[in-house]
Design a binder for this molecule. Sequence first.
Ligand SMILES: *[C@@H]1O[C@H](CO)[C@@H](O)[C@H](O)[C@H]1NC(C)=O
Ligand SMILES: *[C@@H]1O[C@H](CO)[C@@H](O)[C@H](O)[C@H]1NC(C)=O
Length: 393
Amino acid sequence: MFSFIHLLPLFFFLSLAAAYNVRPTFNVLSYGAHANRFTENSNAFSRAWTDACASNTGGRVLIPRGSYVLGPVEFEGPCKGPVDFIIKGTLEASDNPADMFRDHWITFRYVDWLVVTGGGFLYGHGRKAWPHNDCAKNSHCKSLPYTMRFDFVNNSRIEHLNSFNSRSGHFNLFSCHKVEMSYIRISAPYWSPNTDGIHIGLSTQIRILDSIIKTGDDCVSMVTGSQDIEIQRVQCGPGHGFSIGSLGGSKNEDPVSRITIRDSSLKRTQNGLRIKTWAPSSPTLASDIIFDNIVMINVNNPIFIDQQYCPHNLCNSKAQSNVQIRNVTFSGVRGTSSSQFAVKLQCSRNVPCEDIKLKNINLAYHGPEGPVASSCINAEGRSYGFQLPSGCL
Ligand SMILES: *[C@@H]1O[C@H](CO)[C@@H](O)[C@H](O)[C@H]1NC(C)=O
Ligand SMILES: *[C@@H]1O[C@H](CO)[C@@H](O)[C@H](O)[C@H]1NC(C)=O
């Protein structure tokens, strides 16, 4: 017998759902995904995404525990409401040769209010791809896929994810605004080629917190248009350190400014805190940068401004960079250097560095060449407090 009374629980539930913003869950297993190491799941994942993205209240895509083979996939908005993408399982990059030279494995694009989380694992299986990377010899090399790309993503969080052996970089943020990444663990061997941890470009108000990055290239790299970036409590190493740049390699690059890296550490990395610009280069600006409270353990170039960046000796060594570097503070940087020149400020003759500040620097070196040293070329600024090596500004 039908009666209104029977519908009351439903109304009650719906109003609760609205009041508490409970969002429906779209489990990839209901869309035919199989965690069996054989089935390729990009279709099932895409269909779950499409439904969550079209849900008026927003939705949750759920990938339960288990190992899922996944080919290249794009999750696109705009969505009707906020979407949580919850990876509890392990995603394994498919090893279809046709996917080798894509630019991405997993991409989120044009999404607002996205959360990607779940504690799951992303296995890029880079070992199969790295032998195909000839970028050290070939300047027109084909790029391998990034593990996870975020393009045009705003007001979002990426947290509690583990990425192993990406083919190219692990995470890429392009044209993102107000995105926080936290509790990210990244791992790849020190020798793996071009495996940047987190690469940021044309993005503003990005925070990277409480993460551990062990990889073969830069732990975090920030290029053209990276502004208002905060990095806190990140452990880096092995890898090439925290890097601003390369800058000036293309025409009309946007300034890189208001970058703060604090309370972080580097262990056995090739560089520590580095700003690098091409020489020759197009004009642009890197300014208002603070490195504060950084511990270094056996870092090769702990403090390094390199305005003569030109890998593989392809450039004219007399060419100068046109990137202006201004208002950069290195403060409370301490620990050990694995090379004699722990502080190297190699600025451009065309546009010398301005307002560089070294405060309380304590970097030790024990090696055959003698005591730790610093070198400043075309750099203007001041030293404050304790200075080891003794300052050259
Ligand atoms: C993301 O934010 C930027 C900068 O505030 C804005 O220009 C852009 O339109 C936003 N995109 C979306 C999809 O809301
Ligand atoms: C230098 O940069 C810091 C950090 O962004 C900023 O607070 C300060 O105002 C800048 N100083 C000058 C002189 O622009």
